[in-house]
Ligand binder design. Structure first.
Ligand code: NAP
Length: 254
């Protein structure tokens, strides 16, 4: 972890853990904007952005408020994953209380093509209850959500994760450790070779993990799509790194 010099405190805090957050840090550092990226510390060997990085939770809204104050933060970009709902809610509350401008950088969700059908569910719990007819499942919802499927005895799961899950697991499974990006041919082979009939995924959006959906469509694999959690609805939001970088520059150049 690199720590900025005390005489060069970062003006801009990026709440990260996504490719967009890394890209934004890179763009701002290249333009000489002092930034610090924050990671939750969930992944053992995270891909680190350029520039200063801090790792670990802040301690809820109050901890984040303290951190913003003591680091004289001028602007926050919440570039966390669309399913990281707690930190997004906390950032909205802390920034409002400290009167620090906040931007939400959230990639657009995936949408089905006209002739494509996804079974949409509101949560991973609902995805688990939708699996009654499934036989062989590719589960890509991330290691924190695997335990929602632990009671399903009727299906076999190929559980794709970056780091091994720590909670309870369904009795019939194989763990596949890997990290995207994923490409169409390999995704099609993975579904085909493992005789997958159902894909369970969150609607993360973005291009890095989208190929599984195209492969599922090609092979007629059923898709259960977990919808995104709701976010505070008064947040200024952009869906791409360029717009986020422009917003930051209007703040730090004021
Ligand atoms: P979460 O449920 O929204 O947050 C839980 C707690 O983790 C927060 O209250 C906060 O702790 C801490 N936290 C989360 N993101 C943080 C960050 N960027 N910097 C510092 N602390 C952070 O988050 P999550 O869903 O566990 O996701 C954790 C991280 O993984 C995020 O950075 C996210 O971008 C990344 N990620 C998540 C997913 C996903 O599917 N959820 C997928 C890919 C990447 P305190 O309350 O102590 O501040």
């Amino acid at each position: 972890m690199s720590v900025p010099d005390v005489l060069d405190l970062p003006d801009v805090l990026i709440l990260g853990g996504t490719g967009e957050a890394r890209a934004l840090a890179g763009a701002l550092v290249a333009d000489g904007v002092p930034v610090i990226s924050s990671l939750a510390g969930r992944v053992a060997h995270p891909r680190l952005p350029v520039g200063a990085v801090r790792i670990g939770g802040f301690g809820g809204v109050d901890g984040l408020r303290d951190w913003l104050r003591s680091n004289h933060v001028q602007a926050v970009i919440d570039a966390t994953h669309p399913f990281a709902a707690t930190i997004t809610t906390n950032a909205a509350a802390a920034c409002a209380a400290e009167r620090v401008p906040l931007l939400r950088l959230r990639r657009a969700p995936w949408t089905p093509a006209e002739d494509e059908y996804w079974q949409r569910v509101a949560s991973v719990t609902e995805a688990a209850t939708a699996l009654t007819d499934a036989d062989r499942v590719l589960l890509t919802t991330g290691r924190q959500d695997v335990s929602a499927f632990a009671d399903i005895t009727s299906a076999w799961f190929l559980i794709r994760v970056v780091d091994p899950p720590t909670g309870s697991l369904p009795p019939h499974h194989e763990i596949l450790r890997s990290r995207g990006p994923y490409h169409y041919d390999a995704e099609r082979d993975l579904l085909h070779d493992n005789h997958i009939d159902t894909l369970v995924t969150k609607n993360s959006g973005g291009t890095l993990t989208q190929a599984k959906l195209t492969a599922a469509r090609t092979l007629g694999v059923r898709v259960i799509m977990v919808d995104r959690p709701t976010e505070p609805n008064d947040m200024t939001t952009v869906d791409n790194v360029d717009d986020a970088a422009s917003w930051v520059k209007t703040i730090v150049n004021r």
